[in-house]
Design a protein around this ligand. Sequence first.
Ligand code: GLC
Length: 583
Amino acid sequence: MNTTSRGSFLFLLVIALSPALIAQQDAKSFQTNPNWWKNAVIYEIYPRSFQDSNGDGIGDLNGITSRLDYLQALGVNAIWLTPIYPSPQVDFGYDISDYTAIDPKYGTMADFDRLAAEARKRNIGIIMDLVLNHTSDKHPWFVESASSRSNPKADWYVWRDPKIVNGHREPPNNWISVFGHSAWQWDPARKQYYYHRFYIQQPDLNWTNPAVRKAMYDVERFWIQRGVAGFRLDAITSLFEDPSFSDEDYVLGPDGKPLINAYGDKEVKTDKTDDLPEVNDVLRELRQVENETHGRKVILIGETYLRSIDDLRKMYGPHNDELDLPMDMQVGFINHFDVSLFRSRINEAETEIGGNQPLFVFDNHDNPRWDRYISADHKDDVGRVIATLLFASRDTAMMYYGDEIGMVTTPPTRKEDVKDPIGITGWPKEKGRDGERTPMQWNDGPDAGFSPSGVKTWLPIPPSYEQINVTAEERQPASMLHWYQQIIALKKQDPALHDGAETMLNTSDEHVLSWLRKSDNGEAVIVACNLTDQPQKVSFDLSPQGIHSTEVKTLLKTPGAAEPVSLHSLQLGPYGVYIGRVQ
Ligand code: GLC
């Protein structure tokens, strides 16, 4: 090797080993790097509401393609699309009638391929929503299954004979649907009930039937072969039912009587329908299909509303061969600012899931947006706190479209305007999920730039669009959008914030949540979030962490906040945030 080539070799080595670049590569190359999803940013898109390209008032795939540059600039590594398959749209796509096609409302398979190809050019992966628990009642499998008790698909769904009480027909047991009333629907042709955990139009598949499993694994193969980066497994903990099909116990209120839910039903437990051990067998089988990609990493994300960190850990599998990223709902859905609860839950994710990768999420299409955390003023300050908890933790971060501009939950005010059927059944106690599914607010023009032609959009544009929109926020340096852009850039480029270990600091502070991120090479960053509406003062002693310096350099702080003098004296305004590198 001559001097010049040795020089360039060393130069290349330095470049190759530069932690910042490693971090960037890790986060970027989903096509080549099997670890791309660790500490990445996943952006959930509700396709009906993101961008309408053809002026029918409903978002579509070409609309998403036209916004890929925006997503790339934000720093997104993958987009999760809620279901885009043909569907009667009773549950806006979660009632699927064909798993290997595209609903014409959203476009064509050619549009999908173009979206995937354009996304790939920008190193953005596509995550498909895989609904395994149930299909639409219009799916040919169900139509056939319901046609007789002897057809080839007779056993593809969960059918049961009625219970006869005093000569009357009743459902087989007291199980209730998540969306209200009995979970059993009578079918006059088969003279049997079928089980539906969700809407009547969403019959549950029988996962004890090997033919069902094979059919769904073929669906998984189909999309893997089209190049997707992963799957979000809908309602994955609900696949199995206890074979006894016996009654659940009632959930009792303080008076010892069964609680009555928003739909007027007696609330029952879900011990016989949720999180049964057979789910884990299916997860391993799904992973085996994924391994057929011969090296390209396709990730499995789970919709996992679970009771504890122990239940969450089990979802990774005893040999880490089940879910890659079960959603940790324990952190993001605390729903009020409780410093010690956040501290213990984030710490649990760091220390009690066997070194696996946590996935944090604060928002999705099923829950009110992050403005649910706001109890007084300080909307943007609260938003910056939420974004900091999400992006400055050691996690894969999942965000929901519109979070980055601070879109607010805008529920319907009249029952006749409700689109989500649970809002119709549960009104007024349960207003449904329309409020968090409103069209994306791109600008202050007609239809907020969501529809090209100022048409009637499928859900109304919230009045807030005049102030809260992408174009306006791009112009304002102190906007929420800029905070998201900056903190995401830090997550991806700063080695400590990318994958540095996380240690909680000042653990008896009841007002300020603080933690240290430390990379393998010793770089250290402190993060402090004031979770109260009063100014707070904090001081850090990092000597137990082996850090003796007290000097700190600001990486990001609440706009207008004072520069700290040292780690011994940091002032935080109401809901103030400070992120700084320890020098
Ligand atoms: C999941 C989805 C939700 C849907 C339900 C039934 O919880 O996130 O939107 O209604 O499953 O498929």
